[in-house]
Ligand binder design. Structure first.
Ligand code: PHE
Length: 450
């Protein structure tokens, strides 16, 4: 059968969760939100909100065995059509994969650049301004490089999904996730030998509550949802292929743990370098990884080149395992709903995503930027904004409401009880009905207000 193995499921969902959210957004946001306080909030919200809604989506996928649209349709006790519309939040995943693949493309570009530096065809620059120029040049002028790198990512991701759950997605994750972990562990060991490590540790873990503001609270909640891949159909879809009799509670704990661990490892690695060379952790913005880190690696000579290559391979693995989880929901839907062949679904969606991806690329290129700016926002940012700030919070909110208020409590109890016991179930149920939805309302309210 085309379902995951138990370990395959954990690795695949962890692969979906661990991505540029942990590797790129997390260190950047920690940097700009004052460090430890933000980390603490992120952990808290991941456990109290993300984890709860994650289990709601897992339940929806597991009990229906269907894609998001089909799942809501099948499980809804009434108003089936209206509920099945909620499943279309999986469109969010398609929007994300369009710009996400462009970012993974940048990673491929920097991987290539670091490899060329290793063989002395080019060099890594120590000067931050030079690196900023390289990055800006890639985004604004180097359209050929961007399209080539994006296309590599695009074809790889769609090819993996075309091979299905077991032979494509599971295999990819079983290979890439442990490798990613080993690569990060090696880098962490190296950072440990540096003086900057102690400062990075302090920066990430010594609580400083004076830095908590209402906006960091909201950003942390948004990141917790994004990072757990909830609200865009990925978790529902993967859970539909959950092997029978899996202890889904312990699997979820493993997944959340891996996701947090890798985020923190990433943070320790990046900030060890930042502090080692006295760079400013808050002044980096999204260029943290593509600009500052390159300068820092460059200072380490040959070793730095090896570290850069290791780092970008790890990032690439983290990204690609998430990208496939964004494609599968819609593919699964087309297969179920229209009896479509997998390959036909892949081609249809591929054309759409490729066009959206190209539009993202052209929306940062100087010559074409203006024609791809709408309401003062570039196409790239619009996709990010729509998916992360609107569709995903909506999708996860509705999942919690659906499970908390519309599904039979008795059925939920029967499924959860063997793994959570009575008290565990009650706590989860309370959080699913009240705490998690309220938290999402708060984020959205402040996002629109602010
Ligand atoms: N969780 C992924 C990350 O952290 C992003 C993602 C969003 C994956 C939505 C799937 C669906 O990068």
């Amino acid at each position: 059968m085309n379902t995951f193995s138990k370990i395959g499921f954990i690795l695949a969902v962890a692969g979906s969760a661990v991505g540029l959210g942990n590797a790129w957004k997390f260190p950047t946001m920690v940097g700009t939100n004052g460090g430890s306080a933000f980390v603490l909030l992120f952990i808290l919200l991941t456990l109290c909100v993300g984890f709860i809604m994650f289990l709601c989506e897992l339940y929806i996928g597991k009990t229906s065995g269907l894609d998001p649209v089909g799942a809501y349709y099948k499980l809804a006790p009434s108003n089936k059509k209206a509920w099945s519309l909620v499943g279309f939040s999986m469109i969010g995943a398609l929007l994300i994969v369009s710009f996400y693949s462009v970012i993974i493309g940048w990673i491929v570009y920097y991987l290539y650049h670091s490899l060329m530096a290793l063989f002395n065809f080019t060099s890594l620059n120590v000067d931050i301004n030079e690196n900023a120029k390289l990055f800006v040049n890639l985004l604004e002028k180097n359209v050929t490089a961007e399209i080539i790198c994006f296309s590599i990512v695009f074809f790889l991701a769609f090819w993996v999904v075309s091979r299905g759950i077991k032979n494509g997605i599971e295999k990819l994750n079983v290979i890439m996730m442990p490798t990613l972990f080993v690569l990060l562990l090696l880098m962490l060991c190296y950072s440990f030998t540096q003086n900057g490590f102690a400062d990075a540790f302090k920066f990430l873990f010594k609580p400083d509550f004076s830095k908590i503001t209402s906006s960091s609270f909201l950003e942390a909640l948004g990141l917790a949802c994004f990072s757990l891949s909830i609200g865009a159909g990925s978790i529902i879809t993967y859970s539909a292929s959950l092997p029978e009799k899996t202890n889904f509670i312990s699997s979820t704990f493993y997944i959340i743990f891996i996701n947090l661990l890798i985020g923190l490892m990433m943070g320790l690695i990046v900030f060890s370098f930042i502090f080692e060379f006295n760079a400013d952790p808050s002044a980096q913005g999204p260029g943290l990884i593509f600009i500052s880190l390159i300068s820092l690696f460059a200072k380490l000579g040959f070793l730095g080149k090896i570290l850069a290559i290791t780092f970008f391979i790890a990032l690439f693995f983290a990204g690609i395992t998430s990208a496939v989880s964004m494609i599968e929901p819609f593919v699964f839907f087309l297969i179920n709903k229209f009896n479509m062949k997998r390959i036909k679904a892949i081609i249809l969606l591929g054309i759409l995503v490729y066009i959206l991806g190209l539009m993202c690329i052209f929306s940062t290129i100087s010559d074409t930027k203006d024609s791809l700016t709408f309401f003062g926002m570039g196409f790239f940012d619009i996709l990010d904004y729509l998916s992360s700030n609107i569709i995903m919070p909506f999708g996860s909110f509705m999942a919690a409401i659906f499970v908390g208020y519309f599904l039979s409590c008795k059925d939920l109890y029967k499924t959860f009880y063997p793994y959570t016991g009575d008290l565990g179930f009650k706590v989860w149920y309370f959080f699913a009905r009240f705490v998690a939805p309220l938290a999402v309302i708060i984020i959205v309210y402040f996002k629109f207000k602010g």
